[in-house]
Ligand binder design. Structure first.
Ligand code: FMN
Length: 196
């Protein structure tokens, strides 16, 4: 019997493939967790362009991989127990599909399943500026219980490293699933000034 907790990492064609990759790399170090990866065809294009990684290299980071069109996959059903899904990064197209329950591929379907089963669903949407459709779709996902986590850095961390900015977001999102990884980010502890 599988006693590991399962987390679905879904990667789309928004810029920010590094978010999905870092999630998978960190899950690889956690023996109690099993990562389930699904990536869209646009996601693969960006993976190659941004990180010079191909599908085989990405698949090697995941415990289980699923084809984007495999709607017969276990993660397409609520009967397959998972802790939820992180869409990292999430394009505006996939955001729209999730917001409207349009399960035309395994990413939108697995998010649809997570939302209907009331499992944690975190989207890392990447677009700027936002039009009203984007904002309304984010509101719709939030109303359904999903969490919108835009990849915005905490400037107070005063870093000039992209890796540190990504790890801060990744660390905070994994925290939401009860996964605390030492060293990914420094929680804010105040300024120590009780005179303010
Ligand atoms: C280099 C590159 C960067 C892109 N960045 C974004 C982005 O940040 N946000 C977005 O919504 N779409 C972005 N797109 C467009 C999406 O890839 C496109 O809308 C695609 O249809 C999304 O499909 P998917 O959600 O199935 O992956 C980008 C495309 C390319 C080639």
């Amino acid at each position: 019997m599988n006693t590991k907790k399962r987390l679905i990492i879904a990667m789309t064609g928004a810029t920010g493939a590094i978010y999905g990759v870092r999630m998978l790399q960190i899950l690889q170090t956690l023996p109690d967790w099993e990562s389930h990866l699904v990536i869209s065809s646009a996601g693969l294009v960006n993976l190659k362009y941004e990180l010079e990684m191909d599908k085989a290299e990405l698949y090697a980071l995941a415990d289980v991989t699923h084809g984007i069109n495999d709607i017969a996959s276990p993660i397409a059903s609520g009967s397959f127990k998972t802790e939820g899904v992180v869409v990292a990064p999430c394009s505006m197209k996939t955001l729209a599909a999730i917001a409207h329950g349009f399960g035309d591929n395994l990413i939108s379907r697995s998010a649809d399943v997570a939302l209907k089963e009331r499992r944690k669903t975190v989207l890392i949407p990447r677009e700027t500026p936002l039009n009203l459709a984007h904002i309304r779709n984010m509101a719709a996902v939030t109303e359904m219980g999903g969490i919108i986590y835009p990849p915005m850095p905490a400037f107070y961390n005063k870093t000039d490293s992209m890796r540190a900015m990504v790890d801060e977001g990744v660390g905070r999102i994994l925290d939401m699933y009860g996964i605390s990884v030492e060293g990914l980010y420094k929680p804010w502890t105040g300024l120590g000034n009780n005179e303010i």
